[in-house]
Structures are given as C-alpha cells and as structure tokens.
Design a protein. Structure first.
Length: 174
C-alpha cells in the first residue's frame, strides 16, 4: 500500500484578469502529492454549478479522486478575485459563504482520516463553523503518527490568534 495523503479545506477558482486557475492550498497539496506518486484525496465542497462541475472535471482530468468532494446545491463554488498591480503585487478578495465554507462531515471522511499518512489543512477554511468542525473532527480521527501540515493563511479577517493557537496545539489524539 502506498503513502496516503489528504488535503482538507478550500477548493476554489482563483480568478485573474486573464482567466481562472484552480486554487486552494489543501487541494494544491493533494494535487502535487499525487504527481509524486502518493494516493491522494482532496476533501472539500463545491457548488452545484458550472464552476463546481469544472473543478471536478479538471481534477478528474488529472486523475485526482473526487469522491471526498461534496456538492452543495445551496452555496456557489468558491472564488477568489485577484488583481495584480503594476509592480506584480497581487490583491485578493476571498468571497464568503461559498461551498467550501460548508464542508459536511461524513463517515467515509472519518475512515479516510484514519488511513491518512499526511494531511494538509489550513486556517482559511475554518472561517465558518461548519467547515471548522469538519476539519477538527477529521484531524481527531487521524492516527497519532499522521503528519499534519498546517497552512496558516493570514488574509482579510478570516483568522484569529485563538484559532491559530488552537490548531497548532491540536495533535489528533484528544
């Protein structure tokens, strides 16, 4: 059996003036680990809309398993509007109340967590109570030897010192 990795959290389109690119640190982690031969699973949620279907298609095209990506009929697929100034400095607007703010917890996800050798998660997807609860329960279901990669994302007002410290202290064995 191979090395199993998961990336749980935001899955979105970064929308640049010249077009969109697939984004979200946990999804990027899963994608790159797959490219290095790992058994890799992004865990997130997209909207039941064309952008969401496009994400699922793009991942499928790269042979990424999408079975742990929920489809939400009530919230749109996440997007980040990106503007780049004349010096090449980007400015991001991370849109709220999108599908990845509502990642549902399933028994299948908890089973996956128990198999994971590594998991990438971040602070950004924990801006909503639903996704925060799902991510925390997922982490608690991992084995004690599971490597945890924490992407601390200090953007807009989607973080707090308390959340960052709580997640740094989380060891998955509580």
């Amino acid at each position: 059996m191979g090395f199993t990795v998961t990336g749980i959290g935001e899955l979105l389109w970064d929308v640049f003036p010249e077009g969109r690119k697939l984004g979200g640190a946990p999804a990027n982690f899963a994608y790159h680990c797959k490219a290095f031969g790992a058994e890799s699973y992004p865990v997130s949620c997209v909207g039941d809309d064309d952008p969401g279907r496009d994400i699922l298609q793009a991942l499928d095209t790269h042979d990424i398993d999408v079975s742990f990506i929920a489809v939400d009929s009530e919230h749109p697929t996440g997007t980040v509007s990106v503007q780049v100034d004349g010096n090449g400095k980007p400015d991001y607007v991370i849109h709220e109340n999108v599908a990845w703010d509502h990642i549902p917890l399933t028994e299948e996800m908890l089973t996956l967590a128990g198999k994971a050798d590594a998991v990438c998660f971040g602070s950004l997807a924990q801006r909503s109570k639903t996704s925060r609860r799902t991510i925390q329960k997922f982490l608690l279901a991992t084995r004690s030897d599971c490597v945890r990669i924490y992407d601390v994302n200090l953007r807009q007002d989607f973080y707090s010192r308390d959340l960052i410290e709580e997640m740094l202290d989380m060891d998955g064995r509580r």
